[in-house]
Design a protein around this ligand. Sequence first.
Ligand code: ZN
Length: 113
Amino acid sequence: MHEISVCFEVVKSVEKIVEENNLTEVETIVLEIGELSSIVPKYMDECFIVAVEGTMFENTKLEIEVIAGIGRCGSCGKVYQLLKNNGYCPECKEKSFEVISGREFNIKEIVAC
Ligand SMILES: [Zn+2]
């Protein structure tokens, strides 16, 4: 479980943004997490609470937007949801695909006041 180190990284990055923009309080941090990234959103919530202890983000909310894992079939070209289909193309049942989205991990937005 490496979510805790990811959370510390997020806190560090947001602290930098806060400093650069002279913000005083951050209400919400919005993260974009791809289904195919190795980060589990559920763990992020728990780790965030630990990571913000003693920082200015103790009252900051964490919002996570999950991006679906989408792939394009290598043999028939169909675009489909990878996790829902266990990676297999629903058209031709092949399991050779090119990932189009789902590996993202971004700080999407910071709501500050
Ligand atoms: Zn196919």
